[in-house]
Write a new protein. Structure first.
Length: 270
């Protein structure tokens, strides 16, 4: 019992390792869909994080001791950063779906109301428009149907093998993972919105040619309606393709995240 006062032995203070583990899991649950949706109360998120922490306790590889109390606080802060990175990596695939819905909304002219009432642009969901929210919810349904939540739990479990509690990860690995997934999310959003973009472009060309041929048609007054109808038809016709892309992207996404976790590496930590 004559240990240094500044040394925090986890054998004597086992709750400290649990707190560090909870910091990682809680940070991931705080921003990882579908847990992070505004419809999920914060109390429920905390309960989910506590249950996951208890369930994953055998997976944690805690250090035997921290050198100082400052090192303990630094370790907890590091766990929060790791959890936020994991949650953000998972959320990007849902953001891609929301971005696609936002692109489609602008292409179809469904955001005209924002010109008259800017307050209508502030939604309570993941996007500002109805289509954006619908695409986000579709991504959630596909995620759950493809057992993405199981993959998320496996990713959290694997993170404790790759990066034990109290260890320090390479910052370059985190940045590389997030930047790569951000580019993939942007590409996915464009792929989902591509059918509507192409359909509205064809409609614009057809209306332009019709306006040049018969000037009395009043193309400008019918353009918005035609774009909306053609775009909606293309979106409905391509819903199966959209679901397939989201399902493939969700599966590949979780594999990419798990692979990136394995490459984090450890810089320090006893």
């Amino acid at each position: 019992m004559g240990a240094n006062v500044n040394e925090l032995d986890l054998n004597e203070l086992p709750w400290l390792g649990v707190v560090a583990m909870f910091a990682r899991i809680g940070a991931a649950v705080a921003i990882a869909p579908p847990f992070a949706h505004v419809a999920v109360p914060r109390r429920i998120r905390v309960m989910i994080a506590i249950v996951l922490t208890i369930g994953l306790l055998p997976a944690a590889k805690s250090p035997s001791a921290f050198a100082t109390s400052g090192a303990a606080l630094s370790a907890i802060a590091s766990e929060v950063v790791i959890g936020l990175a994991l949650g953000l990596a998972v959320s990007l695939v849902f953001s891609a779906a929301a971005w696609a819905g936002e692109i489609v909304t602008h292409q179809l002219g469904l955001n005209v109301a924002e010109s008259y009432d800017p307050a209508s642009a502030s939604g309570s969901g993941e996007g500002s428009g109805g289509l954006s929210n619908a695409c986000w919810m579709l991504a959630v349904v596909v995620f759950l149907a493809a057992n993405g939540h199981h993959a998320l739990l496996r990713g959290l479990r694997g993170s404790f093998d790759a990066v034990p509690v109290g260890a320090v990860v390479r910052g370059s690995a985190l940045v590389a993972m997030l930047s790569g997934l951000l580019m993939s999310a942007t590409s996915l959003a464009l792929q989902i919105a591509a059918p509507v973009i192409v359909a509205t472009l064809i409609a614009d060309l057809a209306l332009g040619l019709a306006g040049k041929t018969v000037a009395q048609l009043g193309v400008m007054s019918a353009a918005l309606t035609m774009r909306s109808v053609v775009g909606l038809i293309a979106m409905i016709a391509g819903i199966a393709v959209t679901v397939g892309m989201l399902q493939s992207a969700t599966t590949n996404w979780m594999q990419l995240v798990q692979t990136a976790i394995g490459r984090f590496g450890v810089l320090g930590g006893e």
